[in-house]
Design a protein around this ligand. Structure first.
Ligand SMILES: *Cc1c(COP(=O)(O)O)cnc(C)c1O
Length: 443
């Protein structure tokens, strides 16, 4: 079937996520057919730089030979087997590897993550953490600790529990009647967190945060020291801390995990997007022995954690994740990322920052948000920029009027530079009418 045929069928039968289908139907879809490294190819043979890592998850590039081989090898054994009542080698080995690299592992004596609960996407990783925290307090005989504190502009996924601790009004406000209540703290303002915990601490099961960077909010970067203060406040008020590293995990911020920048160990850690190298759906919620032990008891006590998804800990996905961790070691991915982070910053300064329609450029490691200034929502300027970028050979995706760059960590320097150049050209082209008006006003 040719591209036109595929496009017609897409419009007839598909319903795309986070997409106004009416707009979708008026723009020809790009149909991705294959990929290699940081490059995507469509059904017409056009090449694009994968500027957002296929929605923030690809790590070492597409079709990495070691990850491909690991999946093939696992395929010769078993593609799927359940974790309910059975175990399998890739899940066992991956749990150990995750514990060995988790925040706090290298500092004995402190809080340690020692248990891994698998699921299959970021929303469920957060959902599992929330339910674990809630149930743990019940079983400790402190049912009053049933509430949660989240951050304003938070995003933890799209299921009802994770939406309850989400605060992106455009996505979340409609569902309010379906949700449980949570207190929202001003991000980056530890004093506000302190006043919330002072007032409500005894009723709070856990604080949930995206550490260092709130991704879906538009790459909002927290001030240095904030996460550390939140950890201290949680300890002072006896509240659990959930760190959702679904976006920030696996090298994105320049360390393996964002928590490590601040020497913080959470009570519950949510991982997904980059976990399998961006190959297959997989998620994990890590926790401490202290939380785990709160669920031990006789069968008749019903302290079991009654939660589990059919494809939890899928063997192919675990095999991909193990291979991805091997690649991190073999290719010294994090070490080699440091110079690319610096170059990315330099190129953003050179090409993007001077554009007069750019308000703020935010960067944390390999997470970038470029805020376009002063356009009405109806102009969909972020979207217009991504269309202009596509014509120049890069796939990027905006969050409202924030243009996001989130390339694979394994991208080469020439492609990284080209991505920034294309982004700057696309912003200049899409915002040209307003830039001209600005000039006219100044003249
Ligand atoms: C993407 C994301 C999620 C949701 O992950 P899904 O796999 O899309 O369900 C949760 N938390 C954060 C911080 C995310 O960026």
């Amino acid at each position: 079937m040719d591209t036109a045929g595929l496009a017609a069928l897409d419009r007839r039968h598909l319903w795309h996520p986070f997409t106004q289908q009416r707009g979708w139907e008026s723009e020809p879809p790009v149909v991705i057919e294959r990929a290699d490294g940081a490059t995507l190819y469509d059904s017409e043979g056009n090449a694009y730089i994968d500027g957002v890592s296929s929605l923030w998850c690809n790590v070492h590039g597409h079709r990495h030979h070691l990850i491909d081989a690991a999946i093939r090898l696992q395929l010769e054994r078993v593609a799927h087997s359940t974790m309910l009542g059975l175990s399998h080698r890739p899940a066992i080995e991956l749990a150990r590897r995750l514990i060995e690299i988790a925040p706090g592992h290298a500092s004995p004596g402190g809080r340690r993550l020692s248990r891994v609960f698998f699921s299959d996407n970021g929303s469920t990783a957060a959902e599992v953490a929330l339910k674990m925290a809630f149930q743990w307090w019940r079983q400790r005989g402190e049912p009053a600790r049933s509430g949660f504190v989240c951050l304003r502009d938070a995003y933890h996924g799209d299921t009802i529990g994770s939406v309850s601790v989400g605060r992106i009004e455009l996505f979340h406000s409609l569902y309010r009647p379906l949700l449980f209540d949570a207190w929202a703290a001003d991000p980056g303002d530890a004093d506000h967190m302190e006043s919330l915990l002072t007032e409500h601490g005894g009723r709070v099961a856990a604080v949930i945060v995206e550490p260092l960077v709130q991704g879906a909010a538009g790459m909002l970067v927290q001030p240095e020291g904030y996460l550390r203060r939140v950890r201290e406040l949680c300890d002072r008020h006896g509240v659990l801390l959930i760190c959702d590293e679904v976006a920030t995990g696996f090298g994105r911020t320049g360390r393996m995990f964002a928590c490590q920048h601040e020497g913080v160990v959470p009570d519950l850690l949510c991982l997904s997007k980059g976990l399998s190298g961006g190959y297959l759906p997989l998620a994990a919620t890590l926790t401490t022995e202290r939380i785990y032990e709160g669920f031990l008891g006789e069968h008749a006590e019903f302290r079991t954690f009654f939660h589990g998804h059919t494809y939890t800990g899928n063997p192919l996905a675990c095999a991909a994740a193990l291979a991805s961790l091997d690649v991190f070691e073999k290719e010294r991915t994090i070490d080699r990322l440091q110079v690319k982070i610096e170059l990315l910053g330099r190129w953003l300064d050179r090409y993007v920052d001077p554009l007069e329609t750019v308000g703020e450029v935010r960067q944390m490691g390999f997470m970038v948000g470029i805020e376009l200034a002063g356009f009405p929502a109806e102009a969909r300027m972020g979207h217009q920029v991504t269309l202009a970028a596509r014509r120049r050979g890069a796939i990027i995706r905006p969050l409202g009027d924030v243009v996001v760059l989130m390339p694979p960590l394994g991208i080469g320097e020439p492609q990284l530079r080209r991505l920034v150049e294309i982004t700057a050209e696309a912003i200049a082209e899409a915002t040209a009418p307003r830039a001209r008006r600005l000039h006219a006003a100044v003249a």
